[in-house]
Structures are given as structure tokens and as C-alpha cells.
Design a binder for this molecule. Structure first.
Ligand SMILES: [Zn+2]
Length: 508
């Protein structure tokens, strides 16, 4: 059969199945199990029809080391369709977990977020990313019959910016009574080093993603995207989201990018462009540190405000773009190291964008980790490479306690192990969050479009949901979504990779 015939046959099956179901629902004594079987037949026919869609031809998926690798290729609609189709089960699952968290923390219903996406974000999203988001919906629906539409997916893509940036800004403006205490997140520990700091004199970049374990355990996609326009990109990411979003990625023109989030950031511009769009665009289109900076600044809405750590492997130069809303600053060097652990350092950004942040409290998570980065990186000056970076991401030295203690102040964060939590992010004692995965690369690897990635705590420790929930019933609302987070091995991924070409990086 040719493709067209196959599609026709599949559609005919779909109609037949539907008719049978309609009869079953109209008083014929069909049993519930027969009904289920018909539903399954319809679903199978739909999947078969979708699987033959020519847009899927250049795409593939495989799983390794706790990660799901997807190769997406083509025009924006096709890239989106492949994304939606190949990751459909993970998107449905991730959407449920993330949207539950968004509604729980903000006390707003889902319609509120849909409206924000439709009215505020959507009109300013570049056409190509509107097409990609619509493609995700099309692929998802074709595979699962999902009811999610493009505004659900757009709101979901903004999960790092709507709840903790837009909502607190709106609550303040509306003088909302009993508004929840929403704090911008403090995600991640990262560094980028170059020149005399690294073993080979070229760039090394590493990052671990801090978030709640509920979302973090699902943050396990490696996206290899060959877009019709712009550069080839390789990044980690979340199912259904078009940007990396914890932000670790490289492109084929030599740009290397990661970030850590600015703690206690306040501000939002409703007329700006969503951060997830700018971040994706920057990784796809920037061939230099300047181009990256310009794309991030164009339409800056203040959402998910980060300290961007950048590298250009073509020049060996690294940079830090501290992107506030009222203020921002760019530092750059060809010989140095720039580290991040959720603290702003520019005097103007501190004053205007993070008025509550105390840079001198050495007991806070951002500052204690800042001190640890300084110690670790100085101790290892001239020796830094990817293997060492991987070790650093799993570091458990608490500089406030001056001992090893996996907690909220260590580069590999384990806030569930802390009786203090992180008050700057409104993470209560024993909050189930911390470092959920790690990635590292260097200039040589980036040239070959390779990254190393580790699912779960970079130290190798597992998080187990059941005993945690038994010990901490205050987090019982997460029970439907909170799962074990097992640490996988460091695994290497590269652009264009297929499962049989995998190279396992053995550790310990
Ligand atoms: Zn750890």
C-alpha cells in the first residue's frame, strides 16, 4: 500500500470503530469490555494513521541512561508535530504534574493561565514558534486524541514565568487579598571556564538543574533539533516545551549556553515577549555572545530572570549576562571562570530588580554555594575538564556548616534533607526539591555537538517518593505526581545519534 491508501484505510477503520461505539452507546447490550475494546481499536487506528504522517519521517526517539533522546527536523510545524507525537505520553504526564503545581502555588485555576497565554503571551510569540507550538498540539492529538489545545501548551511552556513572575506582579497590582507568598525560583548551580582555568585552555561548561523533584524527575529529554532555519541545536529539556528551560544547550555555530536563576527577582512586563521564546530563539539563531545578548534583550519581559553563562567555542570567550528587567549587565573574558548559584552581583540589578535579596547572608543557599564554587574552582584552576566538572556538580560541601552535608547549601542540592528549607524561594523545610540532573560539555565536544548528561542527583543518590511522603505528610498533595528519581550514569549524547551509536561513559 502506498501512504495515501494506508491513510484512507486507517481513516475507514476509525469511522467503522466510531460507528460501532455509537451503536454500543445506543442501547445495544454491548458489555463494558466490548466497549473498551472498541475504544482501543479506535485509538490504535488513530495511532497507525498518525504514524504514517510524512512529517514524522526524519524524526526518531530512543531511551538511554534515564534520558529520552529525540531527533526533530524540518520546518517549525514539522518539528512541533514530531515533538508532540514522539513525546505524547510524556507531554500528557508532564502537563498534569506541572499544571497541578502552577494551580496549587498560585491558587489560580487553569483557565487563568490559558487566558494569560492567549491574551498576553501568544500575540508576541514569533510566527515560527507559534507554528511549532501548534505542531506539538497536532502531533499530540494525532497520537493520543488529547484534548489539550495550543493555549494549554503555550501556558505550559511558560511554567517557569507565569506562576512566579506574572502572578506576584498581578497580585501586587490588584492588591489581591490573601495572595499566596510567591517567590521567583532559584534554579541551578553552574559554571563556565576558559583560558588558564581549564586543562586544555578551552571552554568547559557545566550545570545542574535545581527544581522540585515532581517536575525534575520528568526533565529528562535530550532534544536534537535540525531546524529549517537557524543553527542545529542540542539541549536538554522538558517534554512539550520548546526551550531547554533549565537551560543547557549548544548550537552548531559554536554557542554554548546555560544559566542560573536570579533569587528574589521581582518584576514583569506584560508587553514583553515570553522568556521561553527568547531563550529558544537565542540558542537557535545566535552565533556570538553579542547576538545571544541582543535576542534575550529584545522584548525582555522579566520572566524567569537568569544569569546567563555563555561561551563561544570559536573565540574561547565566555560571558555572563545578568538579565534583570530594570537593569542588566554583561561581563566577558577569554581567561577566567564565571559561576552561578542564584545570586545577582551587579549593584544596579541587586538594587532595582532584587530588592529583598541579601548578598551578605552566608547561610543562604545561593551565597553558601557561591562560596563553595569559589573554593572549588580556585583549588582546581588549570585542571578543569568535563570529568572534573561532573564531580563538582555532585559536591556536598556546606560552607556555612563547614562540613559535608547534602542539603540546601550544597552544589548538589538536597533540600528534602534540610530542616531549614530555602526561605528565599519559599521552599519550606524538607521541600522535595534540589539538583535533579546535570550536564557538562567542553569546546571540543561542542564542536562535535556532544554533551554528557546525568539523570537524577549528580552525586548518584536516589530520591524515593514513598518513604519521603510517609515522613512528610505536608507534601501529600504531590502524591499523585511525585515519583522516585533514580540517578542514572553519565551518558554521552550527540547530534544525529541513534541508539546503536551510544557511548556509555563508565563511572566509578
Ligand atoms: Zn547530591
Amino acid at each position: 500500500m502506498n501512504d495515501a491508501m494506508r491513510r484512507t484505510a486507517a481513516i475507514a477503520l476509525l469511522i467503522l470503530g466510531g460507528a460501532a461505539l455509537w451503536r454500543a452507546g445506543n442501547g445495544t447490550p454491548a458489555s463494558a469490555s466490548a466497549n473498551d475494546a472498541m475504544v482501543a481499536t479506535i485509538a490504535a487506528a488513530r495511532e497507525r494513521a498518525a504514524a504514517n504522517d510524512p512529517r514524522l519521517k526524519p524524526a526518531w526517539r530512543f531511551e538511554e541512561g534515564g534520558w529520552i533522546y529525540v531527533h526533530l527536523e524540518g520546518d517549525p510545524g514539522a518539528v512541533g508535530y514530531q515533538h508532540g507525537y514522539l513525546l505524547a505520553p510524556e507531554i500528557e504526564d508532564g502537563f498534569a504534574a506541572v499544571s497541578a503545581g502552577m494551580m496549587h502555588s498560585t491558587k489560580r485555576d487553569w483557565e487563568f493561565f490559558r487566558k494569560a497565554a492567549r491574551e498576553m503571551l501568544w500575540p508576541k510569540i514569533d510566527a515560527e514558534y507559534q507554528q511549532e507550538l501548534q505542531g506539538i498540539v497536532d502531533g499530540l492529538r494525532a497520537r493520543t486524541g488529547s484534548k489539550l489545545d495550543v493555549y494549554d501548551i503555550a501556558a505550559f511552556n511558560a511554567f517557569e514565568e507565569l506562576p512566579d513572575y506574572y502572578v506576584p506582579w498581578l497580585n501586587k497590582r490588584e492588591k489581591a487579598a490573601n495572595a499566596p507568598n510567591l517567590k521567583s525560583p532559584g534554579n541551578c548551580s553552574a559554571f563556565v571556564a576558559t583560558g588558564s582555568w581549564t586543562k586544555d585552555g578551552q571552554i568547559v561548561m557545566a550545570h545542574n538543574n535545581w527544581t522540585n523533584y515532581k517536575n525534575g524527575e520528568r526533565w529528562r529529554i535530550v532534544f536534537d533539533i535540525a531546524p529549517k532555519n537557524g543553527y542545529r541545536l542540542l539541549m536538554d529539556g522538558f517534554p512539550g516545551v520548546i526551550a531547554s528551560d533549565d537551560d543547557f544547550g549548544i548550537n552548531s555555530d559554536g554557542l554554548m549556553a546555560t544559566e542560573t536563576t536570579i533569587t528574589q527577582f521581582e518584576g514583569w512586563d506584560p508587553n514583553g515577549k515570553a522568556e521561553f521564546v527568547r531563550a529558544r530563539k537565542a540558542l537557535q539563531y545566535a552565533g556570538s555572545i553579542d547576538e545571544y545578548t541582543n535576542i534575550m534583550l529584545d522584548g525582555n519581559n522579566g520572566g524567569y530572570a537568569n544569569d546567563w553563562l555563555l561561551g563561544d567555542r570559536k573565540t574561547g570567550e565566555i560571558a555572563q549576562l545578568e538579565l534583570g528587567l530594570k537593569a542588566h549587565k554583561l561581563w566577558r573574558t577569554k581567561d577566567g571562570v564565571l559561576a552561578g548559584s542564584n545570586w545577582a552581583r551587579d549593584a544596579k540589578v541587586l538594587k532595582e530588580d532584587t530588592p529583598e535579596f541579601d548578598p551578605n547572608n552566608m547561610e543562604s543557599s545561593p551565597n553558601a554555594r557561591r562560596a563553595r564554587w569559589e573554593e572549588l574552582l580556585n583549588e582546581n584552576k588549570g585542571k578543569i575538564d568535563v570529568a572534573l566538572a561532573e564531580k563538582m556538580l555532585g559536591d556536598h560541601a556546606d560552607t556555612a556548616e563547614k562540613k559535608e552535608d547534602a542539603d540546601e547549601r550544597t552544589l548538589c542540592g538536597h533540600v528534602d534533607g534540610s530542616p531549614r528549607g530555602v526561605k528565599e524561594w519559599d521552599w519550606q523545610p524538607h521541600y522535595p526539591g534540589g539538583a535533579v540532573q546535570g550536564k557538562a560539555t567542553d569546546a571540543t565536544m561542542a564542536k562535535e555537538m556532544r554533551i554528557a548528561a546525568h539523570m537524577g542527583h549528580p552525586c548518584g543518590g536516589d530520591f524515593l517518593a514513598k518513604p519521603f511522603l510517609a515522613a512528610h505528610p505536608e507534601y501529600a498533595w504531590q502524591e499523585p505526581y511525585l515519583r522516585d528519581m533514580h540517578a542514572g550514569p553519565w551518558t554521552e549524547f550527540r547530534s544525529g545519534q541513534t541508539k546503536k551509536e551510544l557511548k556509555q561513559i563508565s563511572k566509578e
